[in-house]
Design a protein around this ligand. Structure first.
Ligand code: C5P
Length: 228
């Protein structure tokens, strides 16, 4: 096979968390280091793809040979992706916050003695993957991620339909501490299942780099079937 099987292919990747402001100094976010998403972007670039990475706030560096757009909120991420379409494939690795505050305060919310905490009114964020999965300019290949704690397979398969994705990369985070070297989130290792409409393929425990390399190879294989 060609050394750069993804040459000429444009691929969008999302990575990292989103930050949803409460006021100028506080935000709501999911735990996400960006390690898995950034590794996937880098692995696709190594196979020759024109990679458009849209990243929420992370502390790791931008991957080499990748065009990176930095955003903060889910709505900014959605707008960035809209402006990057069309693409051959899109891989949604970001841990997007499901909710944001209905209106972020323009000034820092003051802690006033005796008044108690503020009540935050939340509204739902756009589902970026579902938007692209059902888009008029839907990429040929759309891949989502799913962190599940129970009924991993059943939930991932339901997600395929709802989000209009071809594949869901599912990982069981039920035993995850959530932080540190032992956990998937923030850690360097991952154990995933590749779920499609017809079944699931279980991958062994791998480093996030190895998951990225395998996934990039899978993307190359799937796109090979289409015309350049
Ligand atoms: O529904 P759930 O959050 O489990 O779905 C996870 C998948 O959907 C991931 O691929 C994630 O990047 C994507 N997602 C998204 N926009 C959201 C929520 C999730 O793109 N608002």
């Amino acid at each position: 096979p060609a050394a750069r099987p993804l040459a000429g292919r444009r691929i969008i990747v999302t990575s990292g968390p989103t930050h949803e402001p409460i006021d100028p100094v506080r935000y709501i976010a999911n735990r996400s280091s960006g390690k898995q998403g950034h590794s996937i972007a880098a692995a696709l670039a190594r196979l020759g793809a024109d990679v458009q990475l849209v990243s929420g706030p992370v502390t790791i560096p931008d991957p080499a040979d990748v065009s990176t757009t930095h955003v903060e909120s889910a709505r900014q991420m959605r707008d960035a992706i809209e402006s990057l379409l069309p693409a051959d494939a899109a891989i949604f690795v970001a841990a997007v916050a499901d909710w944001r505050t209905a209106d972020a305060a323009g000034e820092k919310i003051k802690k006033v003695a005796g008044e108690g905490p503020p009540a935050l009114q939340m509204v739902e964020n756009p589902d970026i993957l579902a938007g692209v999965g059902h888009h008029a300019q839907r990429p040929f290949l759309v891949i989502g991620f799913a962190a599940e704690t129970q009924e991993v397979l059943k939930n991932a398969q339901a997600k395929l339909d709802r989000k209009g994705a071809d594949l869901i990369v599912a990982n069981d985070v039920s035993h995850d501490s959530g932080i540190g070297p032992g956990g998937v989130m923030g850690g360097d290792r991952n154990r995933v299942r590749i779920v499609s409409k017809t079944g699931a393929e279980e991958w062994p425990e791998l480093t996030k780099e190895e998951v990225a390399a395998r996934l990039a190879a899978l993307v190359a294989e799937r796109l090979q079937a289409t015309q350049t």
